[in-house]
Ligand binder design. Structure first.
Ligand SMILES: [Zn+2]
Ligand SMILES: [Zn+2]
Length: 420
């Protein structure tokens, strides 16, 4: 295995004094602090070339850092070693009878996977292994049994949007601790439709952007239609013909663009056997765009569906099929809706652009695309509260790495326990 020193973690009792040395006397740059809620720790990262020093403050007497300080005083708390494949590394260490704290990796900061090795095995030093988040998006097709249903997370490839637009009025100094930008200030995202398989048929919820766009459009949004929905359906042993129902959360191009394809110069439905289930008022807005939403509502994505006679319109919050119901959220678009999938006493939600990624867990972190952000905020507040208290399985349609998970909360801090 290839191992690199990532950083040295130092427990500090008195942060101003520590900064007086590391920042002022050594002249090092200290990054904005990051709170690791689950550990009651505030980390101050200090890059030093290929590795770094990390100053760790306890934010609560329960913190492992507080216990370390009480027992041993300030000093080196752990070292972190970077590996390419943490699962392979743990398997190798286990085979050599190395005493591990974590047998399986768990999620760390910035999408990394981490695992701890017992200090007894490392001659008195706590060692953390870290596999950094993959560059680009992690696009996997995974099935999940859910009551009487099979839920499958599909994808229509990766894409990128402007980071500022995705976080609205939240300053970049805050959101850039969670997500990285490219040289054009775009952040990595993905499009992840959800497939529900039930005794009444197969329903796809949203379907991604599709492949009708020209080269310029692909470049702006960093789309990769060659690795899109067909590939994902194929990986699930399915094809476009397998879909019986296509439900739209709203008609933005990154959500329902793939509902039409160009065949022999004509635009036709992508899913030849499917009924497309669309909220009538959303259709009305999408087919009458204004200067503000014109770039998101592309008429070629949905107008041909009506011409082909495959659209079933509905009004209000309805049960679309047994166990699948919609609720209008408004906010992002006035008629934007979230989807509830309920079976066997469990609830999964598909909140679409109301909680697009795992970096959008704080109530006011609402996208700049939202037409009525205060409506988004009030709906989202209630939805996330319920998701935490009632343990909803939450699908993150645009997250680059995590398709679904449970939102956890402690001391006002929120994080996601990934499931898919
Ligand atoms: Zn949208
Ligand atoms: Zn979107």
């Amino acid at each position: 295995m290839r191992v690199f020193l990532d950083h040295v973690g130092i427990a500090v009792q008195d942060l101003p004094q520590a900064l007086a040395f590391y920042r002022d006397a050594l002249g090092l740059h200290v990054e904005a602090p990051e709170d690791v809620a689950s550990q009651h720790v505030r980390a101050h990262f200090i890059p030093t070339g290929n590795s770094a020093v990390e100053l760790l403050e306890a934010t609560n007497p329960d913190s492992p850092i507080a216990r370390f300080l009480a027992k041993r005083g300030p000093g080196i708390h752990h070292i972190t070693l970077r590996v390419d494949d943490i699962t392979a590394a743990l398997t190798e260490l286990k085979a050599r009878n190395v005493h591990l704290i974590d047998d399986v990796p768990r999620p760390g900061a910035e999408g990394a996977l981490v695992a701890f090795i017992h200090p007894g095995a490392a001659h008195g030093v706590l060692v953390e292994l870290k596999q950094p988040a993959a560059k680009g998006a992690t696009l996997q097709v995974k099935r999940h049994a859910f009551g009487d249903f099979q839920l499958t997370t599909l994808h229509d490839g990766p894409f990128k949007l402007d980071g500022g637009a995705m976080f609205g009025v939240v300053p970049k100094t805050l959101w850039e601790r969670k997500v990285q930008t490219d040289d054009r200030n775009r952040i990595q995202m993905a499009m992840r439709p959800l497939l529900v398989e039930a005794d009444w048929g197969r329903m796809i919820i949203d379907c991604g952007a599709g492949d009708k766009m020209d080269a310029k459009f692909r470049d702006i949004y960093a789309l990769d239609p060659e690795h899109g929905l067909d590939e994902a359906l194929g990986a699930a042993g399915l094809s476009s013909e397998s879909i019986d129902f296509a439900l739209a959360t709203h008609l933005h191009f990154d959500h329902f663009g793939a509902a039409t394809v160009r065949r022999n110069g004509a635009l036709v439905p992508r899913f030849p056997k499917a009924r497309c289930i669309i909220r009538a008022a959303e259709w009305e807005d999408a087919t009458h765009p204004n200067e503000r939403n014109r770039a998101s509502y592309l008429q070629d994505d949905f107008v041909p569906l009506q011409a082909a006679g495959v659209v079933d319109f509905f009004d209000g919050d309805i049960t679309v099929k047994p166990g699948v119901r919609v609720e209008r959220s408004g906010g992002h678009t006035p008629q934007h809706q979230v989807v509830y999938v309920e079976s066997g006493g469990r609830t999964a939600i598909f909140p679409s652009d109301i909680i697009p990624t795992t970096a959008h867990l704080q109530d006011p972190w609402v996208t700049g695309y939202d037409l009525f952000p205060l409506d988004s905020l009030s709906f989202k507040k209630r939805l996330i509260r319920n998701a935490i208290d009632r343990e909803y399985l939450v699908f993150f349609e645009h997250d680059p790495h995590v398709a679904a998970g449970y939102i956890r909360e402690r001391d006002g801090k929120r994080w996601v326990e990934p499931v898919l």
